[in-house]
Design a binder for this molecule. Structure first.
Ligand code: GMT
Length: 378
């Protein structure tokens, strides 16, 4: 099929899922067109059938805020018309679902019936979308989509609780490409370049937004390193990065925290890791936790949102109430202190991650596209 994908082209989970989905669809023979303001960070053009179209904004001194939705919907119309796209799959409701609705209406005038699929990713519902400034337009554009998906049952329930939704919502979990996480042993990761033999390595990857509670990450690490020699790897950038550095200095652990910035080599970093920390305030799914598990890294997380659908209590890691740093640190130590137990948790995490293989999940998206296409033929 001919599919347009609209997403944020950044390191955030929704952009990553959209990009990996597009690449996998192209690999299976679909023609995929990314329509966004920059080339998505994880997009590589090694597989054929992949195209990228940049949305350009016309700056004008009158505008305090540039009308991105307008430029995006115009670009969608151009690309759907030029390449005869059948599906527009938009990731993250704001403002993509709204722009897609506008594009759909414009295309209707030309006799073109493009089907719009909206995938809700989390903060577009839980934090931003529910804000009174956006709520009406978000609700409207979800209801106007031809199909709607969420990345967990938790997010589906939150969507139904926060908005008046008239559509069926399909739950399609985040996924991973298993081949990216080869079955390598720690020694092959040159772990020694980061930590000594007796040190444990804890890792956190995020965009350092307040929702990630990165100060909790530092505090959990502080408690762990008091009992067990360890290092903390922090991957990513964002508004709370400075606060995380400050907290690490206040607690006297700064020298054992490595700030690695944004990276496209997460598999390599996770390969070093013994434990992944994700104490988020809310997390619709927690793609970072799944990526960690695929790299044989157990997870200490909060129990908010969709995290219990990914991290299995006592099997792949542990879950605690948001902010319960003490319990998270105790659970981290429980896993890390005993080498055999750590080995078992790593194995469990790796095995559980197999359930979220892209090969198992991609057909769910294809089925939605095919069903919509069949409706058009009637
Ligand atoms: O976590 C973020 O802040 C990024 C955000 C995004 O939209 O880019 O991630 C959301 O979507 C991911 C992919 O579906 C989910 O795995 C994340 O859990 C979700 N983040 C939150 O709900 C906070």
């Amino acid at each position: 099929m001919k599919i347009g994908i609209v997403c944020y082209p950044t390191f955030g989970g929704s952009g990553v899922v959209a990009t990996e989905l597009g690449m996998a669809l192209a690999h299976k023979g679909h023609e995929v067109h990314f329509i966004t303001y920059n080339q998505p960070v994880r997009l590589d053009f090694l597989s054929s059938g992949l195209h990228f179209h940049q949305v350009q904004i016309q700056e004008y001194p009158l505008f305090q805020y540039q009308p991105y939705e307008l430029a995006l919907s115009s670009k969608m119309v151009d690309i759907v018309t030029k390449f005869k796209l059948e599906i527009l799959h938009v990731h993250y409701a704001i403002p993509h679902a709204y722009a897609a609705y506008m594009a759909k209406q414009m295309l209707k005038e030309q006799g073109i019936d493009v089907k719009v699929v909206t995938t809700l990713h989390g903060t577009d519902i839980t934090l931003v979308g529910s804000h009174p400034s956006y709520k009406k337009a978000v609700e409207f554009s979800i209801n106007q989509s031809d199909a709607v998906t969420t990345v967990s049952n938790s997010l589906k329930n939150q969507t139904l609780a926060s908005f008046s939704i008239k559509k069926d919502i399909h739950v399609i979990y985040n996924f991973i490409e298993l081949e990216k996480y080869p079955d390598i042993l720690h020694e092959e990761c040159q772990r020694i370049s980061i930590a000594t033999e007796d040190e444990r390595i804890l890792t956190h990857i995020s965009n350092f937004r307040p929702v990630k509670r990165t100060k909790d990450v530092i505090e959990i690490f502080y408690e762990v390193q008091k009992k067990l020699p360890s290092k903390l790897l922090l991957v990513g950038e964002g508004p709370d990065l400075i606060a995380a550095r400050t907290r690490a200095k206040e607690l006297g652990v700064f020298d054992n925290v490595l700030f690695l910035g944004n990276s496209v080599e997460l598999e390599k970093i996770l390969c070093y890791s013994d434990l992944f920390l994700l104490p988020s305030e809310t997390e619709s799914f927690g793609l970072a936790a799944l990526e960690a598990m695929a790299a044989k890294t157990p997870v200490i997380s909060s129990n908010s949102g969709g995290l219990p659908e990914v991290n299995v209590q006592g099997v792949t890691g542990f879950l605690s109430d948001v902010g319960n740093v003490k319990e998270m640190a105790e659970n981290a130590l429980y896993i890390l202190e005993d080498k055999e137990r750590l080995r078992q948790f790593k194995k469990n995490a790796w095995e559980h991650s197999r359930k979220f293989s892209i090969d198992a999940i991609l057909p769910d998206y294809e089925k939605i596209y095919e069903d919509l296409d069949a409706q058009r033929d009637k």
